[in-house]
Ligand binder design. Structure first.
Ligand code: 0HH
Length: 207
């Protein structure tokens, strides 16, 4: 029986990190397609007028904002480090992810033709910070065990590699991390599925 509902459009976008967490941890969830009559049936019910929304079917609680959703799952599903320094590591990587995802989303939806080259150029600086931290921390995941933030980073790296196939070439530690995440058995199987392959990355066909 489903434990959660994920209400979102049928695209990767801001729902994919949560899907990865569910799939990797074997958590049964149900997708509700908010694209069916979005303006009339869904938008007015969303706390901030936007999707995604996560519903916890065990207690009826509803969470908006993709980063809050995945943090909630982190806390509830034992995927948030208990040690405060380890928790700070996953938090800081999540904040840095948002510093990349924000400009990515603006580039995709508002300035693709004129902005993509500059966005791709900006990645070299932004990714080298993660490379340096990962080398210093020396763990297989962001923290010593897998956490909610790893699914967020996997999804971000997917988007970046699609936009620029060579963007990880200068960062061997980050590239090895990406391959490690993508080859986790449940994720690998899902990423090879037609369901995943045919899911658009963004809502406007740009990537
Ligand atoms: N800060 C929020 C979060 O992280 C941002 C959510 C957001 O931007 O959760 N939601 C967008 C959909 S993601 C939204 O709800 C971008 C994909 C858009 C493609 C489909 C749009 C079809 C609309 C009919 N957008 C709809 C809206 O704001 O009304």
């Amino acid at each position: 029986m489903a434990r959660y509902q994920l209400l979102y459009f049928p695209l990767r976008g801001r729902g994919q990190a949560t899907r990865y967490l569910f799939i990797d941890k074997g958590i049964v969830y149900e997708e509700i397609n908010t694209g069916n009559n979005w303006v009339e049936d869904f938008k007015p019910k969303m706390p901030f007028g936007q999707a995604p929304l996560l519903k916890d079917l065990e207690n009826g609680f509803e969470i908006a904002q993709s980063n809050s959703m995945i943090r909630y799952l982190g806390r509830k599903e034992g995927l948030y480090p208990e040690d405060i320094k380890e928790a700070a590591k996953v938090d800081m990587i999540c904040d840095h992810i948002e510093d990349i995802r924000g400009p990515y989303v603006r580039m995709i939806y508002q300035n693709y033709e004129n902005g993509k080259d500059d966005f791709v150029k900006s990645l070299e600086e932004k990714l080298q910070y993660i490379e340096k931290l990962f080398k210093a921390w020396g763990t297989d995941y962001i923290a010593s065990k897998i956490s909610f933030a790893d699914y967020n980073l996997l999804d971000l790296l997917d988007d970046l590699v699609i936009s620029s196939a060579t963007c990880l070439d200068a960062f061997p530690t980050l590239k090895a991390y990406y391959d490690r995440m993508a080859s986790r058995p449940a994720l690998k199987k899902y990423r090879e599925s037609e369901e995943f392959k045919k899911m658009p990355v963004n809502g406007n066909g740009k990537q």
